[in-house]
Design a protein around this ligand. Structure first.
Ligand SMILES: NC(=O)c1ccc[n+]([C@@H]2O[C@H](COP(=O)([O-])OP(=O)(O)OC[C@H]3O[C@@H](n4cnc5c(N)ncnc54)[C@H](O)[C@@H]3O)[C@@H](O)[C@H]2O)c1
Length: 267
C-alpha cells in the first residue's frame, strides 16, 4: 500500500491503456498522481476514478510534442502537490499505416514519431529535472519497446525512436545520477490494450501469442507493475537500465514456435 507514499508522480498518456493502469497502481501505493493526456476528458475520468477509490489524483491536458505545454504540465504538478518525485514519459507510438519499411516510410510520419517519442522524452525530462533535484533525487521512467531492441520488417520509425529513448535513458542516468536522479526504461512486448484488441483480428492476436514463451499476451497492468517498481525505492540501485516485459518474446529463438508445432516433445 505504501510503496510510493508521499511521492508525487506525473504520467503522460495516462488517459488510457498502460499509462492509465500505471496511474491506478501508483495511486494505490500512496502516490499523488498527475494524470496527463491530450485527451482532457479521458485524463479527467481516470483522475476522478482514482479519487472515487480514495486515492489522490489530478488531471492535466498536455500535448507532449509542445514544449510550453510540457513545461505547464510540470508546473501544474508542483503547484498542486508542492514537489515532484517521479516522471513517467509514457506517450509514444507511430501510425503503422505510414510507418513502413525504409523505402516506403512516410518521412512526415518519421518526424512526427521523433517529436512524439524522442523530443517529448527529452522535453519532459528537461523540465522535470530541476524539481527532482530540488526534491533530493527522483526517478524517471521512460517507455521504450522491444521494437527498440530488434530489427523488424515494418515500423522502421518506431524501432528507431524507441532505440533513441533507450539511449537517452542511459545519458540521463549518467548525467544526473550524482544528484540522485535515476532513469530507467520499460520495454513492453505485445500488450493487450483496447487499441490492440479492437484493431487486430483474432488470428493476428493468436500469431502474436505464438511468439511469446508464455502462452498469453501482456495486460496494461503487467507493464504498470514494472513502471511502479522502477518508480519506487525498491529499484533504488538501478539506473540506466531497460526492463524488458514481453512474455519471453525476445528470449525465445525465432525457430521455437515452429519446433513446438513440428516437433512436439516426446511424452
Ligand atoms: N500497447 C503495446 O502493445 C505497446 C508495446 C510496446 C510499447 N508500447 C508503448 O506504450 C506507450 C503507450 O501505449 P498504449 O498502448 O498504452 O497507448 P494508448 O493508445 O492506449 O494510450 C496512449 C495515450 O496517449 C495519449 N496521447 C497521444 N498523443 C499524445 C500527445 N501528443 N500528448 C499527450 N498525450 C497523448 C492518448 O490520448 C492516449 O490516452 C507508448 O509509448 C507505446 O509505444 C505499447
Amino acid at each position: 500500500m505504501d510503496r510510493l507514499r508521499d511521492k508525487v508522480v506525473i504520467i503522460t498518456g495516462a488517459g488510457s491503456g498502460i499509462g492509465r493502469a500505471a496511474a491506478e497502481l501508483m495511486s494505490r501505493e500512496g502516490a499523488s498522481v498527475l494524470v496527463a493526456d491530450h485527451d482532457a476528458a479521458a485524463a479527467r475520468a481516470v483522475a476522478d476514478g482514482i479519487g472515487d477509490g480514495g486515492g489522490r489524483a489530478a488531471s492535466c491536458t498536455v500535448d507532449v510534442t509542445d514544449d510550453d505545454s510540457v513545461a505547464a504540465m510540470v508546473e501544474t504538478a508542483v503547484r498542486e502537490y508542492g514537489r515532484l518525485d517521479v516522471l513517467c514519459n509514457h506517450v509514444g507510438g507511430t501510425d503503422p499505416r505510414r510507418d513502413l519499411d525504409l523505402l516506403r516510410l512516410d518521412m512526415v510520419e518519421f518526424q512526427r514519431a521523433v517529436d512524439l517519442n524522442v523530443r517529448s522524452t527529452l522535453t519532459g525530462t528537461r523540465h522535470a529535472l530541476p524539481h527532482l533535484i530540488d526534491a533530493g533525487g527522483g526517478s524517471i521512467v521512460n517507455t521504450a519497446s522491444v521494437a527498440g531492441l530488434l530489427g523488424d520488417a515494418l515500423q522502421t520509425a518506431y524501432g528507431a525512436v524507441k532505440a533513441a529513448v533507450i539511449n537517452i535513458t542511459r545519458y540521463v542516468a549518467v548525467q544526473y545520477g550524482p544528484q540522485g536522479v535515476r532513469c530507467n526504461a520499460v520495454a513492453p512486448g505485445a500488450v493487450m490494450t483496447p487499441a490492440l484488441r479492437d484493431n487486430l483480428p483474432v488470428e493476428a492476436i493468436e500469431r502474436l501469442e505464438g511468439h511469446n514463451a508464455l502462452p498469453y499476451l501482456g495486460t496494461p497492468e503487467d507493464i504498470g507493475h514494472a513502471m511502479l517498481f522502477l518508480a519506487s525505492e525498491e529499484s533504488r540501485y538501478m539506473t540506466g537500465q531497460v526492463l524488458v516485459v514481453d512474455g519471453g518474446m525476445t528470449c525465445q529463438a525465432p525457430t521455437a514456435p515452429d519446433r513446438r508445432d513440428l516437433l512436439p516433445p516426446v511424452q
